[in-house]
Design a protein around this ligand. Structure first.
Ligand SMILES: [Zn+2]
Ligand SMILES: [Zn+2]
Length: 224
């Protein structure tokens, strides 16, 4: 599973993340992955292949409590660090799922997620999804948490762009874009565009387990 190859920087990076030192983790990863090491400034390290938005998402993942997981606090902190590391390494949810499985002796479980799956047929959410497989559940958990982090980071940057100078250029507010291939009725039937004045009603993303919706700038081209 790539453990041998990854051993050099994975453990130090994980330790850095457990201590909340995301910049240090980025440095460790960038030094290994980059063909030209020797990067010292965090901004530069990020530009070596890890976009600032991913670094921010990785930081966000370290702040969550993961108290929907029936594991001791120490293990839940490791879940956060592994999710964070997976994001920094550009891993897909099924790869991050393997990290969560290793932490939980192959039996990843999340009661809230399993309750949700009982009421929402997974076929609508995920093409090859099997709710009885711990790996699939872990992947759905990882994907949903990563969407949560990405959405929080995106929303923050969109709100920062809400300056009066932007408003006159057809920048109407924030819209919610559906994930590619997303066939979820829950999201398709819901309101999608929110003007600046309506942002208190903006739903928190993800709306549910498996939701891959994302915030976008809502730009309306105004007529002449
Ligand atoms: Zn949905
Ligand atoms: Zn959605």
């Amino acid at each position: 599973m790539g453990d041998m190859r990854d051993a050099d920087f994975e453990q130090p990076a994980l330790q850095a993340l457990l201590q909340g030192h995301v910049t240090e983790a980025v440095r460790l990863i960038a030094h290994i992955e980059s063909p030209s090491p020797g990067v010292d400034r965090p901004g530069q390290a990020a530009s070596q292949g890890i976009p600032p938005s991913l670094v921010d998402a990785a930081s966000y993942l370290l702040t969550l409590l993961y108290d929907d997981l029936p594991y001791p606090a120490e293990l839940r902190r490791l879940v956060g660090a592994q999710l964070s590391l997976g994001v920094l390494l550009w891993e897909r949810p099924d790869a991050i799922a393997l990290r969560l499985l290793r932490l939980t002796d192959g039996q990843f479980t999340c009661p809230a997620l399993e309750m949700f799956l009982r009421h929402h047929p997974p076929g609508r959410l995920w093409f090859h999804f099997n709710p009885n497989r711990p790996q699939d559940r872990a992947a759905l958990y990882a994907q949903t948490r990563c969407v949560e982090a990405a959405a929080a980071v995106r929303l923050k940057s969109l709100l920062a762009a809400n300056a009066p100078t932007q408003r006159g250029r057809g920048y109407q507010g924030i819209e919610i874009l559906y994930g590619a291939g997303h066939q979820c009725e829950m999201c398709l039937e819901s309101k999608r565009q929110y003007r600046w004045e309506e942002l208190e009603n903006l739903p928190k993303l993800p709306r549910h387990w498996g939701c891959r919706c994302m915030y976008m700038a809502w730009i309306e081209i105004l007529g002449p």
